[in-house]
Write a protein that binds this ligand. Structure first.
Ligand SMILES: Cc1ncc(C[n+]2csc(CCOP(=O)(O)OP(=O)(O)O)c2C)c(N)n1
Ligand SMILES: [Mg+2]
Length: 685
């Protein structure tokens, strides 16, 4: 068999595996894998440097399937290349990532061939996709990370990082705003290690794209500063290969390849129809389609002899050779640049360098206090010097978020200065969230920042950071009504509740400057969870920690900050963030009046909920039913801590535009209100 016929056989294997898997599952998306099999074949077998034996080799090319509904493309290629499985501890498990049995059980419980590509669940998946646009946006973070890694670690004679990022996307991704934000950012940064391939099939679920999408996409990408290429026939593997070659030779700009394709290619009655997108072909059409491919009509899940070997001789051999020479080079690099080699090791395992928390500030007691955002800025500037691979920035609110790294040499990440640690995301919060995920997936510690209210604009990406179990860091300031005069458009109400509802996301709202320090100390040690920091705009009194409990309690999510002397309390005040000092003020007054109150600082529900029951009961003794929670946010959910008999002083409406003091008065965030609530609870009013 010639190489060409073998290639055609490989392409048709991807197609028929996809068709059979969708048919067996009675659900899924056959049409796009049928159309894009030649693309994926060419990318993987002729272009990418990826070693199926070691899918986490740091210098591998990245493949992102942004049109995640076409997941069968990934499951087929991972199976046919015999990509190996790796676990969360980076151990190679000695078996295939995706077996033929997994493919037979496509979309079934526990199969390694789920409905959409899932990072952490299937080795070889570089990022979770399914929400359209996310994959391509995330790929921009990956490309930024590659540039940063190359700048720091490549040395004369040692090219440790020169990989490329390939992202495949459909019409849906092109319509989504996040892709536009990300493409604009990538064009600005001139990320020439990034190649997007657009499956231009004119079909989405509701029909031909001419019902809604008639812009000139290529012109849009030209205006973003991308190199735009076109391959007029998705079956022409040589032209695809040529275009990928042009991408690799193009300097200074990312590449966008328009690939004209036919969804459901080869299916006599489904090709070019929306039905090919998301419905099984049905047994009759499967036969007709297989006949059109010259495939045995009744064979199912057929992998003809020689197909896996063909991949082994292509990507397998090329990938093994590339990884082999990299490994040899890295051994020499370790001798020549031991410190940098150690950094690469640590980063790959999501570790931290020795002394990562040295020089963290400690804030003296101060009634005037420090704003959460200012404390955060100080901490970030220390951490970024201790942890070389901590990089990030803000969506054009750096001066407000205090996220700028201002120390000598921190620099700005730009096309000509890829070593800069300050990212200027521009006013692109959604892309920022995805870029932070891309940085995280590349093993950097990335952070993004904006006002807490605009976390909504980044939410889909934050959700994915939790789903992917990435230690992404989201720094949000102006976390309540502290920006007073800006009014209700800028005052978050439901955001804490909504972020707390995301499984696995650690949300922290520290109550004074030292709690900010401890929050960062906790976050930096996370390896598989993202974190959201909600920080105050306005100064918060720095509590006297000789009088009150140490801020190290933050690591337990909630801790007893102040207590009545002697036996059990009559009442527990629970507060977070800017309401902590309010709780303390009320507490002091209650103590003076002979009411035994306790203050619990609860910066993080999530962390607290993960403590042993014994600890939780020691902080919130089940016998003490009189409880008041105070938080300048939606009251939703606080019942679980205050119980039926408790009170929640929170927000039931949007805020208003006025100086903060007025708002505190209007919405009842004053010590008198807390004291009154306590007395009412205790029947002393
Ligand atoms: C953010 C988001 N919105 C909607 C969907 C539901 N959805 C899945 S695929 C699809 C149509 C995608 O069309 P296209 O990208 O052209 O894919 P093709 O059918 O051509 O493969 C839609 C609307 C989604 N997955 N993500
Ligand atoms: Mg389409």
């Amino acid at each position: 068999m010639t190489n060409d016929t073998m290639g055609q056989l490989a392409v048709n294997t991807i197609r028929t595996l996809s068709i059979d898997a969708v048919q067996a599952a009675k659900s899924g998306h056959p049409g796009t894998p049928m159309a894009l099999a030649p693309l994926v074949y060419t990318l993987w077998n002729r272009a990418m440097n990826f070693d199926p034996q070691d899918p986490i080799w740091p210098n591998r090319d990245r493949f992102v399937l942004s049109n995640g509904h076409a997941s069968m493309l990934l499951w087929s290629i991972l199976h046919l290349t015999r990509t190996q499985a790796v676990d969360a501890d980076y151990e190679h498990l000695g078996h295939s990532s995706v077996s033929l049995d997994d493919i037979r059980r496509f979309r079934q419980l526990d199969s390694r061939a789920p409905g959409h590509p899932e990072y952490r669940w299937v080795s070889g998946v570089e990022t979770t996709t399914g929400p359209l646009g996310q994959g391509v946006a995330t790929s921009v973070g990956m490309a930024i990370a590659q540039k940063w890694l190359a700048n720091r670690y490549n040395k004369p004679g040692f090219t440790m990082f020169d990989y490329n990022i390939y992202a495949v996307c459909g019409d849906g991704c092109m319509m989504e705003g996040v892709a536009s934000e990300a493409a604009s950012f990538a064009g600005h940064l001139g990320l020439d290690n990034l190649c997007w391939i657009w499956d231009n099939n004119h079909i989405t679920i509701e029909g031909d794209t001419n019902i809604t999408f008639t812009e000139d996409v290529a012109a849009r990408f030209l205006s973003y500063g991308w190199n735009v290429l076109r391959v007029g026939d998705a079956n022409d593997v040589d032209r695809i290969e040529h275009a990928l070659g042009v991408f690799r030779k193009t300097a200074g700009r990312p590449t966008f390849i328009v690939l004209d394709s036919h969804i459901g290619y080869g299916s006599p009655n489904r090709q070019d129809t929306p039905a090919a997108h998301g419905e099984p072909l049905g047994p009759e059409e499967v036969k007709l389609t297989k006949r059109a491919y010259g495939w045995p009509e009744d064979a199912q899940f057929l992998v003809p002899d020689g197909v896996c070997d063909h991949f082994a001789a292509g990507i397998g051999r090329r990938g093994a050779a590339a990884r082999g020479s990299w490994t040899t080079l890295f051994a020499a690099y370790r001798a020549a640049h031991p410190d940098l080699a150690t950094e690469i090791d640590q980063m790959q395992r999501r570790g931290l360098p020795a002394g990562w928390d040295r020089n963290l500030p400690s804030f003296p007691a101060d009634p005037k206090g420090v704003a959460g955002r200012d404390a955060s800025g100080k901490v970030l500037n220390v951490l970024a010097q201790n942890i070389p691979w901590l990089i990030g920035g803000s969506a054009d609110l750096g001066p407000s978020n205090k996220t700028a790294l201002t120390y000598e040499g921190a620099g700005s990440f730009q096309a000509g200065t890829p070593g800069g640690k300050n990212l200027h995301y521009g006013i692109r919060e959604h892309a920022m969230g995805a870029v932070v995920n891309g940085l995280s997936l590349s093993k950097l510690r990335g952070y993004g920042s904006t006002f807490f209210i605009f976390s909504d604009y980044a939410r889909p990406a934050i959700r994915l950071s939790a789903l992917m179990e990435l230690p992404a860091i989201h720094v949000f300031t102006h976390e309540a009504m502290g920006d007073g005069e800006d009014g209700p458009t800028h005052q978050p109400v439901e955001h804490l509740a909504s972020l707390r509802a995301i499984p696995g996301l650690v949300t922290l709202r520290p109550g004074d400057a030292n709690e900010v320090v401890e929050a960062y100390r906790y976050i930096m040690q996370l390896r598989h969870e993202p974190a959201v920091l909600a920080l105050s705009r306005q100064p918060l009194p720095t509590l006297d920690r000789t009088k009150y409990a140490p801020a190290a309690g933050v690591a337990k999510g909630a801790y007893v900050l102040a207590d009545a002397p002697g036996s059990a309390p009559d009442v527990i005040l629970i507060a977070t963030g800017s309401e902590l000092c309010l709780a303390v003020e009320a507490h002091e007054q209650l103590i003076k009046e002979g009411i035994r109150s306790r203050v619990v600082s609860m910066p993080s529900w999530d962390i607290f909920d993960h403590q042993p029951r014994e600890y939780r009961d020691s902080v919130l003794p089940p016998g003490v039913k009189a409880r008041v929670a105070i938080e300048q946010a939606s009251t939703l959910g606080w019942e679980r801590y205050v119980g039926d008999g408790g009170r929640v002083i929170g927000m039931k409406t949007f805020g208003a535009s006025a100086p903060l003091k007025e708002l505190q008065k209007r919405f009842g965030f004053e010590p008198g209100r807390v004291v009154a609530a306590v007395k009412e609870l205790l029947g002393k009013s």
